[in-house]
Design a binder for this molecule. Structure first.
Ligand SMILES: Nc1ncnc2c1ncn2[C@@H]1O[C@H](COP(=O)(O)OP(=O)(O)O)[C@@H](O)[C@H]1O
Ligand SMILES: [Mg+2]
Length: 237
């Protein structure tokens, strides 16, 4: 479904080139949930931004359903069926929650449908559909609305960058339920949380712009426990 081949991302820093990602090779298959984890600054957000097209690759290729999408603009990747939820959601002044969900799903949704998407993320539609998507919404509310936006799109590839950030423990359970409900898609979730690692079919551990290890939770956990920070072990929950 998604193939990443020799993918590198370099930036110019003080006249030198710095490797943020270094020849990454990884394949994501249909109907599977992947978690990308690793220390802060290891390149997780960069990798997903390259897949979505927010950043341009320095070297390498990205194939989506065998089509080379490496140079496609974001909107064309979205049209092909890729959805993305930002680590830090963006606000859209003047747009209401219901407008966002209608635009995202490409149709006018009934209040019942909007209610289904919003209640899955723990929000009551009555209170939210006419709210403006501005900075009066809290970080956690924006994260939930963004999750609802991805749910409403029903796409084959869903990418979430630290969906748990800013979400309280009660809805953490709900978050894992949401991912379980997306089993018929390929899901790529950037996360540090053990509860999210537990729902992954496969985990990719990034370190310093390289894939350090890839495998099941059982295979990855000793690596995480021995080599990385406490946050990865769920001790900061
Ligand atoms: N535009 C940029 N300029 C300088 N450094 C950057 C830029 N974008 C990312 N980086 C650096 O690249 C590394 C990887 O960043 P990121 O992918 O956001 O990490 P992660 O999501 O794993 O925490 C970090 O060291 C970050 O500071
Ligand atoms: Mg990040």
């Amino acid at each position: 479904m998604l193939e990443i081949k020799n993918l590198s991302y370099k930036i110019d820093e003080d006249k030198n080139q710095k490797d943020i990602l270094n020849k990454i090779n990884v394949t994501f298959e249909e109907n599977k949930t992947y978690v990308i984890t690793g220390p802060n600054g290891s390149g997780k957000s960069t990798l997903v931004k390259l897949i979505v097209g927010i950043l341009n690759v320095t070297e390498g290729q990205i194939y989506f359903n065998h089509k080379n999408i490496t140079s496609l603009p974001i909107n064309e990747r979205v049209d092909l069926g890729i959805s993305y939820a930002f680590q830090q959601p963006i606000t859209f002044k003047g747009l209401k929650v219901r407008d966002l969900l209608d635009i995202a799903s490409g149709k006018k949704n009934s209040v019942d449908q909007l209610c289904d998407y919003l209640s899955m993320v723990g929000l009551c539609a009555k209170d939210y559909i006419n709210r403006s998507l501005d900075d009066k919404l809290s970080g956690g509310e924006l994260k939930r609305i963004e999750l609802a936006m991805v749910l409403s799109r029903k796409t084959k590839l869903n990418i979430f960058d630290e969906p748990e950030a800013g979400i309280d423990l009660w809805s953490f359970e709900q978050l894992t339920k949401i991912f379980s409900s997306l089993k018929k898609s390929c899901n790529i979730i950037v996360s540090h949380q053990k509860k999210i690692l537990e729902i992954a079919d496969e985990i990719i551990l990034l370190k310093d712009g390289n894939i350090e290890k890839q495998g099941s939770l059982k295979e990855i956990l000793p690596f995480i426990e021995n080599k990385t920070c406490h946050k990865l072990r769920g001790k900061n929950e």
